[in-house]
Design a protein around this ligand. Structure first.
Ligand code: NDP
Length: 462
């Protein structure tokens, strides 16, 4: 049967663009549809602008720390519109680069919404229909609305926060995950009075407990006010534009903006997937895929946030690349998910890969935990209240490193390299045999000599 195209990709985010470029490189006739800006969440309203704002925020620490090293800095001031404009320029450049790379690869782009009609047909917003041998759902995700809040329309999400016309002097952040921690941390440094509320008794569920506590303590020392076990029930907009936010514990927090960061859901609504027979998860309407990234309909595939498994840009990119190689190239090994590192870009950063202490102690009969908690060298002179915490989780039987956790400045840069070692199957002995780079924080990773805790059959050995 002849099709108009070999590969129709819905969504020109990081994953969709990678899949399209690789497929086109293999000679597949490829068409990508995008209803918004080219580059997707990561480039336009996620990772990239967030990291730029994190950089901006850390000058606050630099100005403070400089005095201990002999510098006198006048009273620093921060101009929000300058930062927003600089961000806009950079994401404009990146979006153009995505467009150029796509064009260079030979893939074609249509800038309109596309929906699935049946297993081999897609309809564009202008009414045209395109038949495709394979269809890729790379539509990403969007902020999930928080149920049960009266006046939720007065709150914002991470989509809006980058472009606020006025810098929020008081910011209420709802949630305790990646986005909430990152924005609470960065806005506090840029000068906001930040209150962070979450339903849980601690932030960053799923991360190692020592790291969660360390991040909480560092943020609290920096000035973030936490309200655990609490959520907004009502957001009232005052005459002057400010917000009065009533919490479930009865308290009322006054704020200029309220950021809701309580998870993201796949962007699959209205995409025609149900009609085409594609199975979606009940909870999040995520496309259910097998180990080959294919749905129950053999010609329809999905990657990245659309599948709501590991919602990270590099995972979507890897999945897109792998799928395109499998469909149109020489095949590819399945994506390896067990050594994916990620970082929460608070200040300090929290980098993690593999299992937490708790997870490992449940999974393996013998586990050794190595831990260090120290004051970074720079802080000894600057007087900053910083701590760094590092942990290696080791499977006792074979000394394989099964988890690494770093709460420190530049943890993201460190954890990437630990992930390489773990992907290669590194053991604690490999780390011990590696000579340190001195003086660094990372050297602690290769100089931890005695186990801080041991577990046998799930029980901690005193
Ligand atoms: P997360 O899953 O990280 O955190 C969600 C937070 O919202 C948790 O604190 C959770 O609480 C809370 N929550 C979830 N549902 C509800 C609810 N119904 N009522 C109240 N609270 C709720 O999601 P984010 O929105 O922060 O980020 C979305 C995803 O984007 C992340 O999972 C991550 O994969 C990705 N991301 C990655 C980044 C990075 O790599 N640096 C940066 C930003 C996003 P509880 O703990 O109690 O479940």
């Amino acid at each position: 049967m002849a099709f108009d195209v070999d590969f129709f990709v819905i969504g020109a985010g990081s994953g969709g663009v990678r899949a399209a470029r690789i497929a086109a490189g293999h000679g597949a006739k490829t068409l990508v549809a995008e209803e918004s800006r080219i580059g997707g969440t990561c480039v336009i309203r996620g990772c990239i602008p967030k990291k730029l704002y994190v950089y901006a925020s850390r000058f606050a620490d630099d100005f403070r720390d400089a005095a201990g090293f002999g510098w006198s800095v006048g009273e620093p001031t921060f101009d929000w519109p300058t930062l927003v404009a600089a961000k806009d320029k950079e994401i404009g450049r990146l979006s153009d680069a995505y467009r150029d790379n796509l064009a260079r690869s030979g893939a074609k782009l249509v800038e309109q919404r596309a929906i699935v009609v049946d297993p081999h047909r897609v309809r564009l917003a202008d009414g045209r229909e395109v038949s495709a041998r394979h269809i890729l759902i790379a539509c990403g995700s969007r902020p999930a609305p928080l149920a049960g809040v009266e006046g939720l329309e007065h709150a914002i999400t991470s989509n809006e926060i980058f472009d606020l016309p006025v810098f929020p002097r008081r910011l209420l952040v709802v949630g305790g995950g990646y986005i909430a921690v990152e924005f609470a941390s960065l806005f506090q440094r840029l000068g906001s009075e930040v209150t962070q509320v979450m339903r849980a008794p601690n932030l960053l569920r799923g991360f190692d407990d020592d790291m969660r506590n360390g991040m909480r303590d560092a943020m609290a020392k920096a000035g973030v006010t936490f309200r655990f076990g609490s959520l907004p029930t009502r957001i009232e907009k005052r005459r002057d534009g400010s917000l009065g936010v009533t919490l479930s514990d009865g308290a009322v927090v006054e704020a200029d903006q309220a950021l809701i960061a309580t998870g993201r859901s796949p962007n699959t609504k209205g995409l025609g997937l149900e009609a085409a027979g594609v199975e979606l998860s009940a909870a999040h309407c995520a496309v259910k895929v097998d180990e080959n990234l294919t749905s129950n309909v053999p010609s329809i595939h999905a990657i990245g946030d659309a599948t709501h498994r590991v919602d990270l840009t590099p995972v979507a990119i890897r999945e897109g690349h792998t799928l395109a190689d499998r469909l149109f190239g020489q095949g590819a090994p399945p994506v390896r998910y067990d050594t994916i590192a990620s970082t929460v870009f608070g200040t300090p950063e929290l980098g993690a890969v593999g299992l937490t202490e708790r997870e490992a102690s449940k999974r393996f009969s013998s586990v050794h935990v190595y831990k260090t908690d120290f004051r970074p060298l720079k802080a000894t002179v600057s007087g900053a209240p910083d701590r760094a915490i590092m942990k290696l989780i080791v499977e006792g039987a074979n000394q394989r490193i099964v988890g690494a956790h770093i709460l420190a400045h530049e943890a993201a840069e460190m954890i990437q390299l630990v992930a390489v070692a773990m992907t290669m199957g590194a053991t604690k002995a490999d780390f011990d045999a590696t000579v340190a780079v001195h003086p660094t924080a990372a050297e602690e990773l290769v100089t931890m000599r005695s186990a801080h805790a041991r577990y046998e059959d799930g029980m901690e050995i005193p």
